[in-house]
Write a protein that binds this ligand. Structure first.
Ligand code: NG6
Ligand code: CA
Length: 509
């Protein structure tokens, strides 16, 4: 009898934690701030589809990305390791080689082990090719397919970095061999038109940087020639991501799949499709948010049509906080009015203040996650890999995913729903600035001696700050009252802990 009881208990316990393989769709916005969607308090625009995700799922008020620029956040999402631990993870230039080396353990490679079909569609910005960089006219590898994705359909860098072409698996799509694509740092010829020489012809002016090769009436970062048949129209990017994603989902509807839907919205140059232009009073920055919201709606429609909503975990997040003027003159600053892109937080893109990494973060799994719950647990995009590893019961190798914590309980609102105990925030690249959050306490460590404090102004300003500052986020979410002198013991402990986490080389036990 006792034996029977014991085995029954074991059966029940193991049933409770049996491996589960829901489809996983990660929707990552680009440069979207905490306050940029209506379910996080925006009133200047409405985002009904993102709001619906929140109404049907869990809305985190302490959801983070791990860095306040794109490449390091994406590196950490895929590798589960803080980007500051790895050389070469700052904002990747147009000809960057692959930042994540072939054969690395990654979120998609882990899910492949669990039997998933995997794809990334949209912005990549993690480099392509070997140490010499991308071979734009040949095979573009290594890239996503060498680190666990079965399929990719990419904007290779960013929409403001050359070249404006799609990369499908290993090739530039529609490339005509008689018009080869050349990409470089130097002006290719004296008469090559640029944002400086042909400024009066531009359909959107630049405000800083972004004055090299012109495509689609917009000058970009870097130079390129050729590949004319392959070039896209910025206006069509969102439609392309949606169409490609819907087709890929449809193709893989009968097996577990992982889709990384990596939107370019709302990164500069913000050029939404004509049908979204003028939809908000915030200018193209607001219209790009509406376009992204539409994308979310279209993807959810596909899940519904294929009866997959109850078998799909959807995670909505952003790659860094907001920025208004990031180099193209699109009136984001002039039209901002009372809209607060960072919500109650200060700082934004490039900053270790909360606005830099605290972003919208929503999970939805119909029929499984309790609807319309607000959750204060601290969760980060870097945690997805350890969390889905736990859910699918795929063991994590000890020497990989060094900073990814299993927060699946929080993401689903189950098992006591604990989030992270602590979180390191970084800006761009290595040895930069850090934020360290533990409970309600937040330490800022400004290694560079300056802080990016503000979003709402024409030029992003750095202000001088002492190396360390301490804040209580519960009382002061805007990080305005430095408590370091009032609480020297807490500060000392936080400084030591952050230092120890950096030096230890890992925070996953
Ligand atoms: C900066 C660019 C900015 C943006 C950023 C990367 C200039 C002056 N600024 O260097 O426009 O492209 O890099 O953004 O060129 S991210 O979201 O992809 O990290
Ligand atoms: Ca970004």
């Amino acid at each position: 009898m006792l034996k029977l009881l014991l085995s029954l208990t074991f059966l029940i316990a193991s049933l409770g934690h049996a491996a589960e393989k829901p489809n996983i769709v990660v929707i990552m916005a680009d440069d979207m701030g905490y306050g940029d969607v209506s379910c996080y308090g925006a009133t200047a625009l409405q985002t009904p589809h993102i709001d619906k995700l929140a109404a049907e799922g869990r809305r985190f008020t302490s959801g983070y990305c791990s860095a306040s620029t794109c490449t390091p956040t994406r590196y950490s999402l895929l590798t589960g390791t803080y980007a500051f631990r790895q050389e070469g993870t700052g904002i990747a230039p147009p000809n960057s080689p692959a930042v994540i080396k072939p054969g690395s353990e990654t979120l998609p490679s882990l899910l492949k082990k669990a039997g998933y079909a995997t794809a990334v569609i949209g912005k990549w910005h993690l480099g392509l090719g070997g140490p010499e960089g991308p071979d734009w006219n040949g095979d573009l590898k290594p890239g996503p397919l060498e680190i666990g994705f079965d399929h990719c359909y990419l904007l290779p860098t960013t929409n403001d970095r050359v070249p404006q072409v799609y990369v499908e698996d290993h090739r530039v799509k529609n490339l005509d061999p008689s018009d080869p694509l050349w990409v470089g740092k130097k002006k290719p010829s004296e008469d090559h038109p640029t944002g400086i020489t042909h400024r009066d012809t531009l359909k959107m002016d630049w405000s800083h940087g972004h004055n090299s090769t012109i495509h689609n009436g917009i000058s970009r970062i870097g130079f390129y020639t050729g590949g004319h048949a392959a070039r896209f129209r910025d206006e069509d990017l969102a439609d392309e991501w949606v169409n490609r994603s819907n087709a890929w989902i449809e193709k893989h509807k009968d097996e577990p799949f992982f889709l990384f839907f990596s939107s370019h919205d709302l990164h500069v140059p913000r050029i939404p499709h004509e049908r979204f232009q003028g939809k908000t009073r915030l200018g193209f920055r607001g219209d790009a948010i509406i376009q992204l919201d539409w994308c979310v709606g279209e993807l959810m429609k596909t899940l519904d049509r294929l009866n997959l909503a109850e078998n799909t975990l959807v995670i909505f997040c952003s790659d860094n906080g907001p920025v208004l003027d990031d180099g193209h003159a699109d009136d984001a600053v002039e039209k901002i009015g009372r809209h607060r892109a960072g919500g109650p937080f200060r700082g934004g893109k490039y900053s270790v203040l909360e606005g830099g990494t605290r972003t919208p973060f929503i999970t939805r799994w119909k029929g499984r996650i309790k609807p319309a719950v607000e959750d204060k647990a601290v969760v980060s995009t870097i945690d997805l890999v350890a969390s889905v590893g736990a859910l699918t019961e795929t063991p994590l190798p000890q020497d990989a995913y060094l900073d990814s914590h299993d927060v699946m309980g929080a993401l689903l609102g189950e098992d006591g729903g604990k989030g992270r105990e602590h979180l390191i925030q970084q800006d761009n690249g290595r040895a930069g600035n850090y934020g360290y959050r533990k409970g309600d306490w937040k330490l800022q460590r400004h290694e560079k001696g300056t802080a990016r404090n503000v979003v709402v102004e024409a030029k992003l300003a750095n202000t001088k700050v002492p190396k360390h500052r301490l804040f209580n986020l519960a009382e002061d979410p805007g990080e305005t009252r430095n408590l370091i002198e009032k609480h020297p013991d807490i500060a000392k402990k936080m400084i030591e802990e952050l230092d120890a986490h950096i030096k230890a080389g890992r925070t996953r036990s």
